[in-house]
Ligand binder design. Structure first.
Ligand code: BDP
Length: 712
């Protein structure tokens, strides 16, 4: 035993010098606290489990890997109790000890995916749940407790997910490029599927299960109908089979015009009988390959995608047609609310609400409308989407972007949990005070039958999965918040750091602080004070406040509207009245420039350059200070990281260090470009305390970045 432990220790020490990030938060580093180690070892001598199903086999494998790496032990796996130090894992009636230690009410409360993990009076441990998947989630949580070196004595965790569909949206194309993907190519190796099942698929499923993600939409929302053909369905089936033991259901994107493209139907009109029949048959075919297929994710009538508008039908008519096709098989339709049209003369941020609000209550029960967190498009900061709390009789799910399309791609360290949390905690007031966005999506406030949260994935073939080591934290945070939208960014960061790097507080504290500040830092060097959509055209990398000359709602000047006297988009009651889409008193709060939170000032208001903000500065000076603050913030992150060299393996340390170098350079680029550009309107000097740009506006305006990832 001793030698074994030494070998493990040696291996781990060696690997401490080189880690490529592949293992994510599932590294299972050896427990360092000697007292805890001993107590863990004595409490987990014998694991009582009847691992006959694929899911329980997966749980057992995970325990074997985790415990041998963390504790240097190989506990016995048996079906009977032995002395002391038993960990019993099973459904409520599997073992006597479980029956005695979990009551019916508790079991009812945790539903199909929750679990109970507790210490019994005799110092044994039990993990129980109503399903195998619940047990697997319990096992992962148990391993996480050890990873974070928390005591097991008196442990009593009763937990279950607050939303039902916790799903990653992969914007992956069949040629393996990833729209807005910055971590290599698509994980799905369509060419070699269905025969080749990469071990990576299993690791992907493990990582998702470890944080409770239970769905994956494999294909891009800008959909390709080919995925619905037998050749591809064979491949999808192979992935679904690989993911199934981990509770990960497969979903596909449905191209609305598929009946025309695949079978030459003359129309895709959702009210046409032939079209309806076509979908019913197609869906039956899909289910013949994948009996537990989750359903469809649909982007329609948006950015060139076909949809019900083509036939003068409503979004509800389109969604319901597909919903009726999947309903007999237990499937659902996630219908995106990201619908807007350049030919509609209305403020783009108002269009989705205008389109969907009148349809409230008209969607089938197995439809869930998927709404982006903000009314525009995944900006570094947006107010929450007014459809949250705006549709009271419709199932509504949240769509967050995990991939950093507008936040520096995979080279900027931006921890997104604070962005998610800010949105989830905003009070919509739909049912009076305390009606947070979180409560409008988990069914607790409005009683929706179907609930969920989607995250646009940042995952690709990069060895470390997400491009940036810290991008892993965003995948992790998304999963945790989908499970429980009330968790704080703090605790999520804390868990992630401990499992991904080290438990040493000399590292955890400063890194947590750095992560928690990173989103505001990014807002400051990109789009302070409510600015939005001023990124470069097309690929959205780097600054482009000057972008003009294309469809207006894809330019920057449409959004900032800078002129010699003012800047900002007037969305007040005197302007586009986007504020009118919110409930009172939110509408009033945003409407008045005195009460509008400064972070959203230029989102809702058009203000003169010499307007006095809360600090007493003029708007222009404040803007300049914020851009500088953003740059300073990145430099501070660099210092923090540099001081932590001794805590991190050299590979991940050096990589993050290099990326922070890019981020610093690009923060300066953002600051200089934006200040020079806006100065041409404000005609005011850049304040003393702000570093002067060393290049001309012309120089910045002429930068052309070609071949950017994620953009085709
Ligand atoms: C925008 C992206 C575009 C997506 C679109 C969407 O630029 O690539 O297709 O959102 O969400 O952010 O459909």
């Amino acid at each position: 035993m001793k030698t074994f432990f030494l070998v493990i220790l040696l291996l781990c020490t060696l690997s401490a010098f080189s880690e490529d990030g592949y293992n994510l938060w599932l590294r299972y580093a050896p427990v360092e606290n000697a007292v805890l180690l001993q107590s863990y070892q004595s409490q987990i001598k014998n694991i009582v489990i009847n691992a006959e199903t694929p899911t329980l086999k997966a749980a057992r494998n995970e325990l074997e890997t985790g415990l041998s790496k963390m504790l240097g032990i190989r506990p016995a796996f048996t079906e009977t109790f032995k002395g002391v130090g038993n960990l019993a894992i099973g459904l409520p009636h599997a073992f006597e000890v479980i029956k005695d230690n979990a009551n019916a009410q508790e079991l009812q409360n945790i539903g199909a995916e929750g679990f109970i993990l507790r210490q019994t009076e005799n110092n044994n441990l039990i993990i129980t749940a109503n399903t195998d998947i619940g047990l697997l989630y319990g096992v992962f949580r148990f391993l996480q407790i050890l990873q974070q070196e928390q005591p097991l004595s008196d442990i009593n965790v009763v937990d279950s997910p607050k939303t039902q569909i916790r799903i990653l949206n992969h914007w992956d194309n069949l040629n393996r490029t990833v729209e807005r993907g910055y971590a290599g190519f698509s994980l799905w190796d369509w060419f070699r599927l269905p025969e080749v099942i990469h071990p990576r698929y299993i690791d992907y499923a493990r990582a998702n299960a470890s944080i409770g993600i239970n769905g994956t939409a494999l294909t891009n929302v800008n959909a390709n109908a080919q995925i619905l053909t037998p050749v591809y369905l064979e491949k999808v089936k192979a992935l679904a089979d690989a993911f199934r033991p981990y509770g990960l259901k497969v979903y596909l994107t449905a191209r609305f015009s598929a009946p025309m493209e695949l079978d030459k139907l003359p129309t895709a009109d959702p009210l046409d009988k032939q079209v309806q029949e076509w979908w019913k048959k197609k869906v039956a075919e899909v289910y013949s390959y994948i009996p537990d297929f989750g359903g469809f994710l649909v982007k329609a009538d948006s950015e060139g995608q076909p949809g019900p508008h083509n036939y003068n039908r409503t979004q509800a008519e389109g969604a319901n047609m597909l919903a009726d096709a999947v309903a007999p098989h237990g499937g659902i339709v996630m219908w995106r609310a990201f619908v807007y049209d350049q030919h509609v003369p209305e403020d783009r941020t108002k269009q989705a609400y205008n389109e969907f609000k009148p349809l409230d209550g008209k969607f089938r029960d197995n439809v869930i409308v998927q709404v982006k967190n903000g009314p525009l498009d995944f900006q570094p900061r947006e107010p929450f989407h007014p459809l949250f709390g705006g549709m009271e009789k419709t199932n509504l799910m949240m769509e967050f972007q995990v991939t950093q399309e507008y936040l520096g791609f995979s080279t900027h360290l931006v921890y997104l949990a604070p962005l998610y949390e800010e949105c989830l905690q905003f009070d919509t007031h739909v049912k009076g005070e305390g009606s947070t966005v979180a409560k409008t999506i988990d069914g607790s406030l409005l009683g929706q039958k179907l609930t969920g949260m989607a995250g646009v994935s940042n995952i690709g073939t990069d060895r470390n999965w997400t491009g940036h080591t810290f991008g892993q934290a965003n995948w992790y945070a998304f999963g945790r918040l989908a499970w429980n939208p009330y968790l704080g960014s703090h605790e999520i960061a804390d868990e992630w750091i401990k499992m991904t790097f080290t438990k040493n507080s000399g590292f955890v504290k400063p890194v947590k602080e750095m992560m928690l500040k990173s989103r505001e830092i990014c807002v400051n060097y990109m789009t302070p004070l409510g600015l939005h959509h001023i990124m470069a055209a097309g690929h959205h990398h780097g600054p482009g406040p000057w972008v003009d000359g294309r469809r207006p709602d894809w330019t920057a000047i449409y959004y900032h509207r800078a002129s010699p006297d003012s800047i900002g988009f007037d969305r007040t009651s005197a302007g586009s009245n986007a504020v009118g889409q919110y409930h009172e008193p939110v509408a009033k709060l945003f409407d008045n420039n005195e009460t509008c939170p400064e972070e959203y000032l230029l989102w809702f208001h058009r203000v003169p350059w010499d307007y006095r903000v809360k600090s007493g500065n003029t708007l222009w000076n404040e803007m300049a200070f914020r851009y500088q603050k953003g740059v300073d913030g990145v430099r501070k992150m660099q210092k923090t990281w540099d001081s932590l060299k001794d805590y991190v393996d050299f590979e991940r340390f050096g990589y993050v260090e290099s990326l922070l170098g890019i981020q610093e350079k690009e923060a300066v680029w953002w600051r200089n470009s934006c200040l020079l550009y806006f100065q041409a309107f404000s005609n005011m000097p850049i304040p003393e305390a702000v570093e002067k740009p060393d290049k001309t506006l012309d120089f910045y305006m002429n930068i052309r970045e070609l071949y950017m990832p994620g953009h085709h």
